[in-house]
Design a protein around this ligand. Structure first.
Ligand code: GDD
Ligand code: MG
Length: 502
């Protein structure tokens, strides 16, 4: 991958946000300069300063024609990171063929965890079919795991791990929501892929497998560059998160009868505009933050375990301010946990084409995203340098925007997100003990492991998930009327024709 060089990172106490880098070549050929930097394991200087940054190309200069303004990561370096990357794909009722396309795009070096909250078991697009599809995709050697969010063993595992707040009090199962699915994915990744150092997320409704390949490589390239930069500056320990923005989001416009390639989605536009006010430099708002809502993002496993996570669609905006919050509970299992978090923003060359959602869904995403910021801005550490007046004004404006645009009514507050504790304070040994040893290719019961060859699991003392699913949860898994969306996240109408008739 070749990227434009990001110039002008902004530090906010423990958080360092890098300006967006753009993918300018997917498969670069090394230039003399790259050879010099790369061949000698020298570091490219991710963020140049002073005199060098003044040599930044003019706006009318094509960045990919200027080797000085780009930085490249080549296949063997990408592959080293992809080998250690687990990709979590949260899904609901997407057609199995669409999910298969997403899995097909994930480089086979990466492990895959499909976390489903599909509302029905049977039929061509039920979760049994999703699980079978994943098993098929893993038949060529990929490591994979399927888990249903409502799998009773998963709820039990979180209870044993000391995270009961993730459970719905009425059903006793894991709550509905994308954030909750991702949280489960992180716990599964740590438990079953203990040697993987990175975790990434990719939505299941992506219609372009080629863009999925690019997201994964962009993640790996972002980590590689952050590593080079950390080594150069002598930073020992840094949490790194890579967030993706897209070249465009194609949308069908009924009024023009054409596909329009809009720059930002309707939800991202709003969340980014508030984050840009928050992270403005010297009070001057610009388009520095492009990834406030990035559903496609990845982070070091350490960071994923350390971060508290918000529920549903609040999860991504919350990640921007979580590193800034005061009174963080120290990480129990990571005594040397880092103090710095680096956010790397990458704009891909591919567009992002996914399921169209209606206005109602977007309004709920505004409410969820703004609510995640609104309720936590006052807890932001003063070391961040963010002024209290700015924070108070922003909160007022967020509330006003939500009110004026129907995200809240009358005297309502913005929704306060559920915040789940960091997983490194959870007892993940117990979590894993409850779910048991991964048995490759077992029956389709809501939890399945495919192509797993980790010898650490050869021990005979642990429970088998297959036996648990049959012994304890016989009544589970029949098709039900339960929607996979929570009451605050109504299922949106799929424009997918293949969805009809399900
Ligand atoms: N496991 C699980 N559980 N997955 C879920 C759940 C859930 O309760 N709810 C949604 N998902 C999955 C969907 O199946 C889909 O694959 C993915 O999460 C994203 O959900 P969408 O409903 O397609 O979200 P969106 O397209 O409106 O928004 C996406 O992009 C935004 C940025 O533009 C999401 O990724 C947002 O989180 C993101 O902010
Ligand atoms: Mg979507």
């Amino acid at each position: 991958m070749r990227y434009t060089l990001p110039l002008g990172s902004r530090p906010f106490g423990p958080l360092c946000i890098m300006p967006q880098m753009e993918v300018v070549e997917l498969e670069p050929r090394p230039t003399n300069r790259d050879n010099r930097l790369y061949g000698a394991s020298e570091l490219s200087g991710l963020s140049r300063t002073g005199h060098q940054s003044q040599r930044r190309p003019q706006h009318n200069q094509d960045p990919d024609h200027d080797a000085e303004s780009t930085v490249a990561v080549f296949p063997d370096e990408l592959d080293r990171i992809l080998e250690k990357l687990v990709i979590v794909v949260p899904c609901k009722d997407e057609p199995v063929d669409v999910i298969r396309g997403v899995i097909a795009g994930i480089p086979s070096r990466c492990a895959v965890i499909l976390v489903s909250n599909c509302s029905h078991k049977h039929g061509e697009n039920g979760w049994e079919a999703q699980e079978r599809m994943l098993a098929g995709c893993c038949a060529w050697g990929r490591e994979g795991c399927f888990v249903h969010q409502q799998y009773p063993g998963a709820a039990m595992a979180f209870k044993e791990a000391g995270v009961p707040e993730i459970l719905d009090t009425a059903s006793g199962r894991i709550r509905n929501g994308k954030g909750e699915g991702m949280y489960l994915g992180i716990a599964m990744a740590k438990s079953y892929f203990p040697h993987h150092q990175y975790i990434g997320f990719i939505d299941a409704d992506n219609r372009i497998p080629g863009s999925v390949v690019e997201y994964c490589k962009a993640y790996a390239g972002g980590f590689a560059l952050a590593q080079r930069s950390a080594a150069k500056s002598g930073t020992e320990h840094e949490d790194v998160m890579v967030r993706i923005s897209w070249a465009s989001k194609p949308k069908y416009s009924a009024s023009t009868g054409r596909i329009e390639f809009v720059q930002q989605g309707r939800s991202s536009r709003i969340i980014n505009s508030f984050l840009n006010r928050l992270f403005a430099k010297a009070g001057q708002q610009d388009e520095f933050i492009t990834t406030g809502n990035a559903g496609e993002h990845a982070m070091t496993m350490e960071m994923a375990l350390k971060m508290r996570m918000a529920n549903g669609y609040a999860i991504e905006p919350f990640q921007y301010i979580e590193p800034l919050l005061r009174n963080k509970i120290p990480s129990a299992n990571l005594p040397n946990a880092s103090q710095t978090t680096r956010i790397v923003q990458i704009k891909t060359a591919n567009p992002h084409l996914h399921r169209e959602t209606g206005d109602e869904h977007i309004i709920k995403m505004w409410a969820a995203g703004l609510g995640a910021l609104y309720h936590h801005l006052l807890g932001v550490d003063s070391a961040s340098g963010l002024g209290t007046t700015t924070l108070a004004t922003l909160r007022k404006d967020m509330h006003r925007f939500a009110l004026q645009n129907g995200a809240i009514q009358g005297q309502e507050e913005l929704p306060r997100p559920n915040i789940y504790s960091s997983l490194d304070n959870a007892d993940l040994d117990s979590f894993r003990d409850v779910l048991g040893e991964p048995c490759s290719g077992h029956v389709y019961g809501g939890l399945g492991f495919y192509g797993l060859v980790d010898q650490a699991w050869a021990s005979s003392g642990t429970n088998s998930p297959a036996s648990q699913s049959t012994l304890e949860h016989d009544s589970w898994g029949e098709d039900d009327q339960r929607s996979s969306a929570s009451s605050e996240e109504e299922p949106e109408v799929l424009s997918d024709s293949s969805k009809q008739g399900e």
